[in-house]
Design a protein around this ligand. Structure first.
Ligand code: PLP
Length: 450
C-alpha cells in the first residue's frame, strides 16, 4: 500500500481478487510518453493525476499500469467501456469483421450497418426508428441540432446550465460549464436554470424550473424555438439527476413553441441507470431525437442519432454523409455490445449493484461531514464533497487530495461538476458488489486519513 494517512480507525482495504495475469509490458514508460504528449499533443489536452498514469492493459472492470499494478476502473474511460475492457464477444466481433472488410463506406451496401441499425431501432420507443451513425457524441449532437433547426425553420435552441454536449464550434454553444467554453459566438442558445435537486435554486420543484423555460421562450425568443436538449442524468456536470417530472413539463412547453425535444443519452443510455434502458424513460417521456455515443461501442469510435421518419425527411433535401459513420468494424462491435448487454442482463445488474453502492455511500455520508450529497441511478453515481454542508461550499482542494488517494489505494474514479468537487462513479457495467464495497471502504479510509 502506497498511501498512509495519519491515524485512522479504518484499515486500508484490499482490491477484490481477480483471476487475470497481465502480459509483461515492454513499451515506453510514463515519463517518455508524457514528454511526447507535451511536445506533440497540444497544450489543452489534460490528463488526470499529479503523476500521470500509463495504462497498458484492461480486462473487464480492471486496468493495469506499466508495472503490472491492478486498478479498479470506476470511470470506464469516461463512461465508455460499457461491457468491460476487452470483452471477448466484442473483441471477437471486431476481429472477425476486420479480417473481411474494414471500410468501404455507406455508398455501398453492407449487412453490418443495416443489421445494427435495425437492432438499435428495436431498442427505441415510439416512432424513433431512423438511425444515423457518426463517430462521437459531439458529432451526434451537431447532427441533432441541425435536424432540429431545419425541421422547425428556427435557430433558437434551449439547453440546461451545467450541461455538457460537446466541444465543437456548434455544440460548445449548448455546453454550459465555463471549464469547457471558449469565447466564440454561441449562436442563438438559451441556457435555462438547471433542475438540480441539490444545488438548484428551486430544489426539486419541477414546475418552477419549467416556468423558467417558458420565460426564456417568452422573453428571449420570437415565441418559437428550434428545440430543447438535455441529459437526464448530467454526466460531466457531476451525475446530476434532473428533478422528477421536469422533462414531461418542458417537452410540452417546447413542443407548443414549435420545437423538437432531444435527449442526449451519450452517458445515460444502454441500461446504465438500471431502472430503464434509456435515461429519458426515467422521466416518462419520448423524445423526438436521441443522441448516443460512449457506451454504445465499448470504446470503439461510434455515435448515433435516432429520430422519427418525419424529422429525418428534412435531411433528404441534401446529401447527409459521414465517411466513417457506421463502418463495418464499428457496426459489428456495436451490435455485439447490444447483444452482450442483453445476454449478461447488464441493466438489471446496474440496478442491483448501483443501489448497493448508493446505499453504502449514503451510510458513509452519515459518518463523514465532507460528503454533502450522494446521488444517481444505477451505475451512474455522484458523490459531492463540501467543506460546509449548510452553505454547500465546494471542497475543491479536498476532492483533489481524495482523488489522488483513491488512485494510491488502487481505484480510479472520475471527477466533475463546475467546481471539480464531485466524484463520478460510472464503472464498466460488469462492476460487482465486491467492487462497490472496496470502493466505499477505500473512500472511507481516504477520508479518515485526511
Ligand atoms: N454529450 C454528453 C452527455 C457527453 O458526456 C459527452 C462527452 O463527454 C458528449 C456529448 C460529447 O461526446 P464526445 O466526447 O464523444 O464527442
Amino acid at each position: 500500500l502506497i498511501f498512509c494517512g495519519r491515524f485512522s480507525s479504518v484499515s486500508a482495504p484490499n482490491l477484490p481478487p481477480f483471476d487475470y495475469e497481465p502480459k509483461p509490458y515492454k513499451g515506453p514508460l510514463a515519463d517518455e510518453i508524457l514528454r511526447k504528449r507535451k511536445e506533440f499533443l497540444g497544450p489543452s489536452l489534460f490528463y488526470y493525476y499529479q503523476k500521470p498514469l500509463n495504462i497498458v492493459e484492461g480486462k473487464m472492470q480492471y486496468l493495469f499500469d506499466e508495472n503490472g499494478r491492478r486498478y479498479l476502473d470506476a470511470f470506464a474511460g469516461i463512461v465508455t467501456v460499457s461491457c468491460g475492457h476487452c470483452h471477448p464477444d466484442i473483441l471477437n466481433a471486431v476481429l472477425e469483421q476486420s479480417k473481411l472488410l474494414q471500410h468501404a463506406t455507406t455508398i455501398y451496401l453492407h449487412h453490418a450497418i443495416a443489421d445494427y441499425a435495425e437492432a438499435l431501432a428495436s431498442k427505441m420507443p415510439g416512432n424513433l426508428k431512423v438511425v444515423y451513425f457518426v463517430n462521437s457524441g459531439t458529432e451526434a449532437n451537431e447532427l441533432a441540432m441541425l435536424m432540429a433547426r431545419l425541421y422547425s425553420c428556427n435557430l433558437s435552441m434551449i439547453a440546461l446550465r451545467n450541461a455538457y454536449h460537446g466541444g465543437s464550434a456548434g455544440t460548445i454553444g449548448l455546453t454550459a460549464l465555463n471549464t469547457w467554453k471558449y469565447s466564440i459566438p454561441q449562436g442563438e442558445i438559451h441556457h435555462v436554470v438547471n433542475p438540480d435537486p441539490y444545488r438548484g435554486v428551486f430544489g426539486s420543484d419541477s414546475i418552477r424550473y419549467a416556468k423558467d423555460v417558458q420565460d426564456h421562450i417568452d422573453f428571449g425568443t420570437s415565441g418559437k424555438v428550434a428545440g430543447f436538449i438535455a441529459e437526464t442524468v448530467q454526466g460531466v456536470g457531476g451525475a446530476v439527476e434532473l428533478a422528477p417530472g421536469y422533462l414531461k413539463l418542458v417537452y410540452d412547453i417546447v413542443r407548443k413553441a414549435g420545437g423538437v425535444c432531444i435527449a442526449d443519452e451519450v452517458q445515460s443510455g444502454f441500461g446504465r441507470t438500471g431502472s430503464h434502458y434509456w435515461g429519458f424513460e426515467t422521466q416518462g417521456v419520448v423524445p423526438d431525437i436521441v443522441t448516443m455515443a460512449k457506451g454504445i461501442g465499448n470504446g470503439l469510435p461510434l455515435g448515433a442519432v435516432v429520430t422519427t421518419p418525419e424529422i429525418a425527411q428534412v435531411l433528404a433535401q441534401k446529401v447527409q454523409f459521414n465517411t466513417f459513420g457506421g463502418n463495418p468494424v464499428c457496426s459489428s462491435g456495436g451490435l455485439a455490445v447490444l447483444k452482450v448487454l442483453d445476454k449478461e442482463k447488464r441493466q438489471a445488474h446496474c440496478a442491483d449493484v448501483g443501489s448497493h453502492l448508493i446505499a453504502r455511500l449514503r451510510a458513509l455520508q452519515q459518518k463523514h461531514e465532507i460528503i454533502g450529497d450522494v446521488r444517481g441511478r444505477g451505475l451512474m453515481v455522484g458523490v459531492e464533497f463540501v467543506t460546509d454542508r449548510q452553505e454547500k461550499t465546494p471542497a475543491k482542494a479536498e476532492t483533489a487530495v481524495l482523488f489522488e488517494k483513491m488512485r494510491d489505494l488502487g481505484i480510479l474514479v472520475g471527477k466533475g461538476g463546475l467546481h471539480g468537487n464531485v466524484f463520478r462513479l460510472k464503472p464498466p457495467m460488469c462492476f460487482t458488489k465486491d467492487d462497490a464495497d472496496f470502493l466505499v471502504d477505500a473512500l472511507d479510509y481516504a477520508i479518515s486519513g485526511m
